[in-house]
Write a protein that binds this ligand. Structure first.
Ligand code: AP5
Ligand code: MG
Length: 218
């Protein structure tokens, strides 16, 4: 299965992707996590991405598309993947269409997570992620770790993302509405979009997503 997850910052894409990828037996590919790993390893790609991310702007397509395609070409992604945070504008969506055409594959679904803005602010304000792997996501109230400040998965130190400040979150939301929302119409034209509410407990949202996905299987 090849799925794209879309939704505003803080909607719960990363949280849901971890469970859905496990349930569906496909890798979770997050361009945000890939960028953060490159930043912590101090690679050239991380250096290029850092200033854009800290400001809440999109990293240029020339950097992002190649990185996403390299990841999708890896052997664990041969039979499918769950994309989280990519594509993020129409030109990335067009590039993904071309990439899939070139490999003789296609998307099965675009899962659109809907959350009201006041809930987004609460989710982002309390988010803590792991220094070892930014895919390990917690929340001080809603998904608290067993030991404060320590990752349940690997024992790493939990910290607040540098782009989770109020001003940057406001910009990320603007960028989402301006640049990313139009991809929903792009995929509606292909009949791929399924929209679910991402309100409620994490497990409830996962159940809702799993129930919605088979409708789009070809
Ligand atoms: P990215 O890392 O993708 O960030 P984002 O899209 O802003 O999304 P978030 O990771 O903030 O939110 P999420 O939806 O994953 O929510 P989460 O599961 O953590 O991108 C960061 C930056 O990288 C971008 O700004 C850009 O600069 C760059 N970038 C990345 N991809 C790019 C691309 N394709 N092109 C160009 N630039 C790119 O949940 C949030 C919190 O809520 C957590 O604390 C969680 O525990 C909690 N939570 C989750 N679900 C629930 C629930 N049901 N109830 C209560 N709490 C919940
Ligand atoms: Mg995320």
């Amino acid at each position: 299965m090849r799925i794209v997850l879309v939704g505003p910052p803080g909607a719960g894409k990363g949280t849901q992707a971890a469970f859905l990828a496990k349930n569906l037996g496909i890798p979770h590919i997050s361009t945000g996590d890939l960028f953060r790993a490159n930043i912590s390893q101090e690679t050239e790609l991380g250096r290029q991405a850092k200033s854009y991310m800290n400001a809440g702007n999109l990293v240029p397509d020339e950097v992002t598309i190649g990185m996403a395609e390299d990841r999708m070409r890896q052997s664990d992604a041969e039979n499918g993947f769950l994309l989280d945070g990519f594509p993020r504008n129409v030109s990335q969506a067009v590039a993904l269409d071309a990439f899939l055409d070139g490999t003789g594959t296609k998307l099965d679904a675009v899962l659109d997570l809907e959350v009201p803005e006041d809930e987004i602010v609460k989710r982002i304000a309390g988010r803590r992620i792991c220094r070892n792997d930014s895919a390990h996501v917690f929340h001080v109230f809603y998904a608290s770790p067993k030991t404060e400040g320590v990752c349940d998965v690997c024992g790493g130190e939990l910290y607040q993302r540098g782009d989770d400040t109020e001003a940057t979150v406001r910009n990320r939301l603007d960028v989402y509405h301006r640049e990313t929302e139009p991809i929903i119409d792009h995929y509606k034209a292909q009949g791929l979009v399924v929209t679910i509410s991402a309100l409620g407990k994490v497990e409830e949202v996962t159940r809702r997503a799993m129930a919605a996905l088979p409708q789009l299987r070809h």
